[in-house]
Design a protein around this ligand. Structure first.
Ligand SMILES: [Zn+2]
Length: 170
């Protein structure tokens, strides 16, 4: 088992998906709509693969999936693709209810589209985790802002990737 890259008091790790755990292979498309349209971000499995997921460390996902609203993929497919990406990055498949996403349109004013904190608050509620023991891992300014609004720590995914992988996949 590798050294945890997270602070020792973290009990719940919430991940953004796109450009954090996975990269979409279709040019101009921000998220995958089906199998074969994504690949795992390089270097993550090495950092996250031997951690006590499902025991000492709980996992959830928090992703903006407005393409569900626009009809490019179903909510069920969005959830399954998020679970697949989590499993590819960590070796652990979280429970389906922990794959949280905003299915609303971009300018809908909902409380769950990041940088709103709704998804993070829901993940903490579902897992019974306090903000002080929760960490959000993402790549975008809206991820950092969502963490701040939810009162949880933020970690940029780049900090989890070895320099070789980071430079190979800017
Ligand atoms: Zn929403």
């Amino acid at each position: 088992m590798g050294m945890s890259p997270f602070p020792p008091d973290v009990r719940l790790v919430i991940f953004d998906a796109d450009d954090t755990l996975r990269r979409t292979l279709v040019p101009g498309q921000p998220c995958p709509h089906r199998d074969g349209e994504w690949e795992p971000i390089g270097g993550l499995r090495e950092a996250l693969g031997g951690l006590p997921w499902g025991r000492d460390l709980r996992m959830a996902l928090a992703s903006n999936q407005d393409h569900v609203f626009y009809g490019h993929l179903s909510a069920a497919t969005a959830r399954r693709l998020l679970l697949d990406a989590a499993e590819a990055a960590t070796g652990h498949r979280p429970p389906p209810w922990a794959a949280l996403f905003c299915p609303h349109r971009m300018e809908g004013g909902c409380g769950c589209r990041k940088p709103e904190p709704g998804l993070l608050l829901r993940a903490m509620r579902l897992w019974g985790a306090a903000p002080a023991e929760t960490l959000f891992v993402g790549d975008a300014p809206s991820d950092r802002e969502a963490a701040a609004r939810a009162g949880v720590r933020f970690l940029h995914v780049g900090a989890l990737r070895p320099p070789a992988a980071a430079s190979a996949r800017p």
